[in-house]
Ligand binder design. Structure first.
Ligand SMILES: [Ca+2]
Ligand SMILES: [Ca+2]
Length: 420
């Protein structure tokens, strides 16, 4: 019996590895199958045991079949507003209209009052491949005065492809659309490399008007530790793309001068809390998703340490073996596949003020994070039975989500409001 059992385990392991490899290449889910509904309902602390994972994978299908309606047991109602084609990110304009990026390179303007979607012309040619395409969209903090918006996207060039960030003036027309004028590329990933994963290219402004860009390691591992390039880094720039005073590595060269922190893998969400701290989540490899507090000059250790392992089964030493690297404040195994992130400060859900909300791709829902200064913990998890790609807070305090448009997702725009 023993050899037979061993070969079964071996085959099962092979199957798992194959599945993981496929998902790595296919999507920035980048991780194995979703945890089960029962795992999601369990407290965060207990959801990482091996037993939970295994039962999760065997029961996931039947759980899905018997799932209750989407908003049962949640403190909010979910309404489907409209759909987009492979949406990636969104942001609200001061007038309440919504800018949405679609990966193929379309920038959409959705009027929530009229229920109509228009197009913004003038987006540069984007390379849509794998996880790449048109990425994030953001308005300048003084948008009302300067009409500046920022987009990130993937471009081709010597060596392969890489993310770029451009700013432009958004000129709106009378017909629910508009165009980008005076577009200027202000930042690029260096170097461009082969492959189509881990661009990250999330954007955020802080209270001082500095522009923050997450730059993924492009599934190339070591560049996250290489200060001759800006892959696997958190970038801090002036709004015009120049290097601001106060960055930690200005003595190490032109590219290093952009860098605020290093050793990152694939950051698809970042947000500032009310005290100005920057929090960013990142997808781990096989296991080990992270929420990090971003500190000036810190090294987050990838690919030298991770609480996950390589997809081919090779070990990556855990964070606690190398205390010189900054450890995550939260780590998730089984993974949630985090994408999109807000820290809520609205009025519509008063009990959520100060909470973080992280979208989940493989985890099919929304994770609420409670903060206590420099500490954080998973407080709650809402199963939405959809891969959540993006999270945003609306002007009236509603929470808005974009469902992923791939792997069976419908690209639906969802609005969460308190239950009556
Ligand atoms: Ca957004
Ligand atoms: Ca590890």
């Amino acid at each position: 019996m023993v050899p037979f059992r061993h070969s079964l385990i071996f085959l099962a392991t092979l199957g798992l590895l194959t599945a993981c490899d496929n998902s790595t290449n296919a999507d920035d889910t980048d991780q194995a199958s979703a945890p089960s509904n029962s795992a999601q309902a369990a407290p965060a602390e207990s959801s990482s045991s091996a037993a939970d994972t295994e039962s999760a994978e065997t029961t996931a299908a039947s759980d899905q079949d018997e799932a209750e309606s989407t908003d049962s047991g949640t403190p909010f109602s979910v309404s489907e507003v409209t759909r987009f084609e492979q949406p990636w990110a969104m942001t609200f304009l001061p007038d309440g209209r919504l800018l949405v990026t679609e990966m193929a390179g379309n920038l959409r303007l959705h009027d929530l009052d009229k229920g109509e979607t228009g197009s913004i012309e003038g987006v540069p040619d984007v390379v849509q491949a794998g996880q790449g395409g048109l990425g994030d969209v953001l308005v300048h903090p003084q948008f009302k005065d300067n009409q500046q918006i920022y987009i990130s996207y993937v471009e081709a060039g010597d060596g392969g492809s890489g993310a770029a960030v451009a700013r432009a003036r958004l000129v709106l027309d009378e017909n629910g659309g508009g165009e980008l004028e005076d577009l200027e590329v202000i930042w690029r990933q260096t170097p461009k490399v082969s492959g189509d994963g881990h661009f990250s290219h999330r954007l955020a402004f802080d209270d001082e008007g500095k522009l923050w860009i997450s730059s993924g390691e492009r599934q190339k591992f070591d560049p996250a530790q290489d200060m001759d390039g800006n892959l696997g880094k958190m970038i801090r720039l002036n709004a015009d793309g120049s290097v601001p005073d106060g960055n930690p590595f200005t003595d190490q060269g032109e590219v290093a001068a952009q860098v605020w922190s290093l050793g990152h893998r694939n950051i698809l969400g970042m947000a500032f809390d009310a005290d100005g701290r920057l929090w960013a989540h990142e997808m781990g490899p096989e296991g080990g998703d992270e929420l990090n507090l971003i500190e000036k000059g810190a090294n987050y250790g990838y690919p030298i340490v991770s609480n996950g392992e390589h997809y081919d089964g090779r070990d990556i030493p855990d964070h606690d073996t190398r205390p010189e690297f900054e450890a995550p404040v939260i780590t998730w195994t089984p993974v949630i596949s985090p994408a999109g992130f807000i820290i809520y400060d609205g009025e519509l859900f008063p009990e959520w003020k100060g909470s973080g909300f992280i979208g989940g791709l493989s985890s099919n829902g929304l994770v609420r994070v409670a903060f206590d200064g420099e500490n954080a913990r998973e407080a709650e998890r809402f199963d939405l039975e959809r891969r959540i790609r993006e999270v945003e807070q609306g002007p009236d305090g509603a929470v808005w989500l974009l469902e992923d448009g791939r792997r069976g997702g419908n690209g639906t725009l969802l609005k969460l409001t308190p239950k009556e």
